[in-house]
Write a protein that binds this ligand. Structure first.
Ligand code: UTP
Length: 279
């Protein structure tokens, strides 16, 4: 079964400058927890315990976050402040963390390919930590996707209906609905103009990928914006085999920009922080 989860986290985070000049976007706190911690918690909930992170220059804080901080822990030992570290300690106890660096930021597809030595020849999940996903009503988004993978045994992308005017921010799919909320993907386009978009079903930052994707990325030429797009590799996978798209249950906040980040902050403050579920 799927055990590995890859976090591409080498991007520049330009939409959040100047905050992201010297600090990784994935370390931006939503209330009291960095974005990446929400993502790793979601992965662990789905049974994915081998966490692989693709980092880049200036991203050392990510590695330090998933490590013991002896001095700090000694300082608060025996006080009621210890409760603040319960969540992160659980992640350290139950997950393993490995890292590799993307030295040139050539796009999400390239970042995923950079993670190949950490993943090997097995299916794996991908989480873009700046998409914060929550489901107060039940399973987290990755858990939902892992369950689907057990049925379909092929790559799965999480999708969401977006405002048709905003298709140019996403990879957009065209497909046939085979069951409630599940589509077999026929084609996909990266960041289409609204008039060229095949639908308003947009891919968000959760994927399950079969390992043949790596060879397909290797064969992929730079696309939109001169970057190697995962969408282009997935398109080939959809044509040669099978890619499913899943309209997940829950909410997704685009924390790569100020608006989604503020919405996420308010949501997490109300639903986790005030209710004592934030640690
Ligand atoms: P984004 O385009 O959302 O991230 O990429 P970005 O480039 O950091 O942000 P902006 O647009 O400049 O504000 C989606 C994900 O892919 C990772 C990013 O870290 C983010 O998690 N990524 C992107 C890489 O790891 N490497 C890349 O070369 C590009």
């Amino acid at each position: 079964m799927i055990k590995k989860c890859l976090f591409p986290a080498a991007g520049y985070g330009t939409r959040f400058l100047p905050a992201t000049k010297a600090m990784p976007k994935e370390m931006l706190p939503v209330v009291n927890k960095p974005l990446i911690q929400y993502g790793v918690e979601e992965a662990l909930d789905a049974g994915l315990t081998e966490i692989s992170i693709v980092t880049g220059r200036g991203k050392r804080a990510l590695e330090d976050h998933f490590d013991i901080s002896y001095e700090l822990e000694n300082q608060i030992k025996g006080t009621d402040k210890e409760k603040y570290l319960v969540g992160i300690r659980k992640l350290l106890d139950e997950c393993s963390f490995s890292y590799t660096r993307q030295t040139e930021m050539k796009g999400l597809g390239h970042a995923i390919l950079t993670g190949r030595p950490l993943i090997g020849d097995e299916p794996f999940a991908v989480v873009l930590a700046d998409d914060l996903c929550v489901n107060l009503e039940g399973d987290g988004v990755l858990t939902q996707m892992v369950k689907l993978y057990k049925q379909f045994r092929c790559s799965i992308v999480a999708i969401q209906e977006v405002d048709p005017a905003e298709t140019n921010k996403y990879g957009v799919i065209a497909g046939e609905m085979i069951r409630d909320d599940i589509y077999r993907v026929h084609s996909m386009v990266e960041k289409p103009k609204p008039e060229d978009a095949p639908s308003n079903l947009a891919i968000i930052g959760r994927y399950i990928l079969t390992p043949d994707i790596f060879d397909l990325i290797e064969q992929t030429e730079p696309g939109k914006g001169g970057e190697i797009q995962i969408t282009d590799a997935l398109m080939k996978q959809a044509q040669n085999g099978c890619v499913m798209a899943y309209k997940f249950k829950g909410k997704r906040f685009d924390c790569g920009g100020a608006e989604g980040y503020i919405e996420a902050t308010n949501f997490c403050f109300e639903n986790f922080y005030k209710t004592g579920k934030a640690y």
